[in-house]
Design a protein around this ligand. Structure first.
Ligand code: ATR
Length: 270
C-alpha cells in the first residue's frame, strides 16, 4: 500500500495541491497518494485524527484550518510558533503530530528563483492578515535593509510590525503615509480576489523595482497590472505555491523535488 497524504480545506475543490504533489511523487519516484479532503468546519481535529487512524502520514492545511491545525499540533517548529498558523502536518513515528509552516520559505525561494535579491533591499509588504504573518519570519531571515508593512487598517500593521520587531528593522502603518521607493513590494492582501487595489502612490516602486503578488490567476492581478504599468517587473504567486509544496514534500519524504518543471506545467494548465 502506498503512503497516504492529503490537503484539508473547506472548500477544497479548486486546490492545485493534489496535482503538484502527484507531479513531485512521479518525478522523485515516491510511492504515495495525495488526496483533497473537505473537513467539516467545526471539527478539523477529528478529520486529522481519522486520517491518521486510516494510515495517513501527513497533510497540508489550507483555508480555513491553518489556526486549527496549529492547535492540533503536539510539536511546532519555531517559525510556525511565530506565524501562529501552520500549513503542514506530519504524523511522527512516535505518534505525535508535528507541524510547520512552509509558505514563507516558499515565497523566499520563489523570489530567489526569479533572481530577486532581498538582502539589503527595502521591502514593502501590503496587508497584515494571516497570510502576511505567515511569511514574515523567512522574509526577515533573508536580510532586507528594512521591512515596512502597510495595511488598510493601520493599527493591524503597527501591531504586526511590533510582534516581529526583534528580528530586524520592521515598521507598520496605513496607506495614507506610504512613501517609496521600495525595491521589492509584496502584495499579501486578499484585495486581488475581489479585483480591488489598495490606494498606492505612484512613487512606490524603485526604478528597477519588483512587484510580487502572493496570489495568482490565469491573468495578471490588478496589483500586478498596476505595477507593470509603472515599469516594474512583476511576478505572481504560482511559484510560491509550488515552492511551499516542495518544502512540505521534503518534510514528509526527505527528498527535494525539482520545482521548475512543475511550475511550468502548472502555468500551462492555468
Ligand atoms: P489572509 O488569511 O488572506 O491574510 P485576512 O487575515 O482576512 O486573510 O487578511 C486579509 C488582508 O487583506 C488584510 O490585511 C486586509 O486589510 P484589513 O486588515 O484592513 O481588513 C486586506 N484587504 C482585504 N481586502 C482589501 C481591500 N479591498 N483593500 C485593501 N486591503 C484589503
Amino acid at each position: 500500500m502506498s503512503d497516504r497524504y492529503c490537503v484539508f480545506g473547506h472548500p477544497i475543490g479548486h486546490s492545485r495541491s493534489p496535482r503538484i504533489h502527484a507531479l513531485f511523487a512521479e518525478q522523485c519516484g515516491q510511492a504515495m497518494t495525495y488526496e483533497a479532503i473537505e473537513a467539516p468546519r467545526e471539527d478539523f481535529a477529528g478529520a486529522w485524527h481519522a486520517f491518521v487512524a486510516a494510515g495517513g502520514l501527513g497533510a497540508n492545511v489550507t483555508v480555513p484550518f491553518k489556526e486549527e491545525a496549529y492547535r492540533v499540533a503536539d510539536v511546532l517548529s519555531q517559525r510556525a510558533r511565530r506565524a501562529g498558523a501552520v500549513n503542514t502536518l506530519v504524523h511522527g513515528r512516535d505518534g505525535r503530530t508535528y507541524a510547520d509552516t512552509t509558505d514563507g520559505v516558499g515565497l523566499v525561494r520563489d523570489l530567489e528563483a526569479h533572481g530577486v535579491t532581498l538582502d539589503d533591499a527595502r521591502v514593502l509588504v501590503l496587508g497584515a492578515g494571516g497570510a502576511v504573518r505567515g511569511v514574515l519570519d523567512p522574509l526577515l531571515a533573508a536580510g532586507p535593509r528594512s521591512l515596512h508593512i502597510a495595511n488598510r487598517t493601520a493599527e493591524k500593521a503597527v501591531s504586526l510590525a511590533a510582534d516581529f520587531q526583534q528580528q530586524g528593522y520592521v515598521t507598520g502603518g496605513g496607506y495614507d503615509a506610504l512613501e517609496g521607493p521600495f525595491e521589492v513590494v509584496i502584495n499579501g492582501t486578499s484585495a486581488s480576489l475581489g479585483g480591488e487595489l489598495p490606494p498606492l502612490p505612484d512613487t512606490l516602486l524603485a526604478a528597477d523595482g519588483v512587484a510580487y503578488d502572493m496570489m495568482y490567476a490565469a491573468d495578471p492581478t490588478v496589483f500586478l497590472q498596476w505595477a507593470s504599468a509603472r515599469g516594474a517587473r512583476t511576478i505572481d504567486g504560482l511559484g510560491m505555491l509550488v515552492e511551499q509544496a516542495a518544502e512540505s514534500f521534503f518534510l514528509w519524504r526527505h527528498v527535494r523535488p525539482d520545482t521548475g518543471p512543475v511550475r511550468d506545467t502548472l502555468r500551462h494548465e492555468l
